[in-house]
Design a binder for this molecule. Structure first.
Ligand code: MN
Length: 506
């Protein structure tokens, strides 16, 4: 019998009868819980969790994650209690639903503040990286249905998507979701520019279609002749936002943008990738300096592929991306692609966690180096990462990943209890104190970094453990404004000083 979950099940990689049964049950449960509740579009609310479940299934996520996706708004919006979810669907599902609920409780308090909180929470509170993936799927559907909310809210959500969710999707290697979110944000934030760019790309695509098809045909023939079997090709036009950003970087000179068109060649092994590169270069003239070997040198988010740009006889400049089937999966789904394999051996599991390791390498150092000092219990997925690190540490790629940070311009420092504080690079103990609470900042008299007394102007480093000493009647010093990095610290210092000067109690 047909059921509204059929599309979810079909999108799953290899669903069992039990998966089907539980997903149906969760759907009926959520539908009943949401009852008469409607989306802004006027449709029944359940279409939203259903859309998320489909995205999660397409990403190859496991049954628990899909069930958690179906239930993700029940705690917040309906009388359903977490205990009930736990009883029906287990601790795993309940923990994920709780995590998503926690993340959605964050209220907007200005972009800078909010971005900080979001990132901090995503890293520190998400006790399971799958919570973040559910959150990304949730955001995708909200972005797809953004036309139904007020203009003000639309701009806020689109900006947040661009500043918080797009970088996270990128860092997790989820290229497909990243591109979707990025284009939707672009469309809502700069509708005119979006339309202009999209139209341009479409026109170019129409114009070049015949020549492109011909090139792909030549390519397929040459590959087959060389004996490369089981390959497939995909032609594509760049996503709208990345094209527009590139055009801007090249002073809006369209002749300087080489890769409007790209063809992707997917082959069985990485050996085949190099063979294919040879075929491509003997078929067409490569443009010098445009070969990039991301197989030998993967991008920080794990992206692997070979890129080259060539000129076809029809004078079309074409970017060629060559990768194996595994690399293709990873580049589209990133961290999620590693959940798709049901029976991984230990090394593979470690490799898959390696993706997540890159998420917060600096935290790993603290976890390994100073575990005893940070008594606070780690989120479960972090301790799993810690264990996986032992297997993975031998590998060069792990060492390399360690050098990269989740957000190059941000750093994570810790309270003595192990709470994570997310600060901009160059921030000082003053920023740290105010980030915890304005009262702590206002009464600060000294700071210890990694148990050593330091000057308040000392720039903090990733992974530092910072302790602030306060005194009851102390108050801020004007000089602090010079070395504070966050606008919130500067703001509090100024306010407090002016209140003291005007004779009010601080
Ligand atoms: Mn939702």
């Amino acid at each position: 019998m047909a059921h509204p979950t059929d599309e979810i099940i079909r999108a799953m990689h290899s669903p069992t009868a039990k998966d089907t049964e539980i997903i149906r049950d969760a759907y009926d449960f959520a539908e009943k819980a949401h009852g008469e509740e409607k989306r802004k579009s006027g449709e029944p609310y359940i279409i939203h969790p259903r859309a998320i479940a489909i995205t999660l299934a397409k990403l190859g996520m496991d049954r628990d994650t899909i069930v958690a996706g179906i239930l993700h708004d029940t705690i917040e919006d309906t009388p359903v209690k977490l205990e009930e979810i736990e009883k029906r669907y287990g601790t795993n599902v309940a923990t994920m639903v709780e995590g998503v609920t926690k993340l959605s409780k964050l209220k907007y308090r200005g972009v800078e503040r909010h971005v900080e909180s979001m990132r901090r929470l995503l890293v520190a509170t998400a006790n399971d990286v799958r919570v973040i993936i559910i959150k990304l799927a949730d955001r995708l559907h909200n972005m797809e249905t953004l036309q139904y909310v007020s203009e003000e809210k639309r701009a806020r959500i689109a900006l947040e998507t661009r500043e918080v969710y797009v970088p996270i999707a990128e860092r997790l290697g989820m290229g497909l979701l990243k591109a979707q979110l990025e284009d939707l944000a672009f469309k809502n934030l700069e509708p005119e520019k979006y339309k202009e760019t999209a139209t341009f790309l479409e026109e170019q695509g129409q114009k070049a279609k015949g020549a492109l098809d011909e090139s792909v045909k030549d390519l397929r023939k040459a590959l087959a002749e060389t004996g490369i079997k089981n390959f497939r090709t995909e032609s594509r036009i760049k996503n709208v936002h990345s094209f527009s950003a590139k055009l801007e970087r090249k002073d809006n000179d369209i002749d300087k943008v080489y890769d409007i068109f790209a063809v992707r060649i997917i082959v069985p092994t990485s050996d085949d990738c190099y063979k294919t590169l040879g075929v491509v270069h003997s078929l067409w003239r490569p443009i010098p300096g445009r070969v990039k070997d991301y197989i030998a040198n993967p991008k920080p988010n794990g992206y692997r592929s070979i890129h080259t740009t060539i000129l076809t006889p029809q004078k079309i400049i074409l970017e060629v991306q060559i990768r194996s089937e595994d690399m293709q999966k990873e580049s589209k789904f990133g961290i999620a692609s590693h959940f798709a394999y049901k029976d991984q051996n230990v090394t593979e599991k470690a490799a898959s966690l390696g993706w997540a390791l890159q998420f917060i390498p600096s935290l790993m150092r603290v976890v390994r180096g100073a575990g005893a000092q940070t008594a606070a219990p780690l989120p479960r997925w972090l301790s799993e990462l810690n264990e996986a690190a032992n297997v993975f540490r031998e590998q060069k790629s792990f060492q390399k990943a360690l050098k990269e940070d989740f957000f190059a311009e941000r750093m994570f420092v810790f309270t003595p209890k192990g709470d994570v504080i997310d600060l901009p690079v160059g921030a000082t103990p003053v920023d740290f104190a105010y980030a915890i609470h304005s009262d702590i900042g206002n009464t600060m008299v000294g700071a210890k970094v990694n148990s050593k007394l330091v000057q308040l102007s000392t720039p903090l480093k990733n992974g530092d453990i910072v302790e602030i000493n306060t005194k009851k009647n102390a108050h801020p010093n004007k000089k602090w404004i010079d070395f504070a990095k966050t606008s919130s610290a500067k703001h509090h210092i100024r306010n407090t000083i002016s209140r003291i000067e005007s004779g009010q109690k601080p």
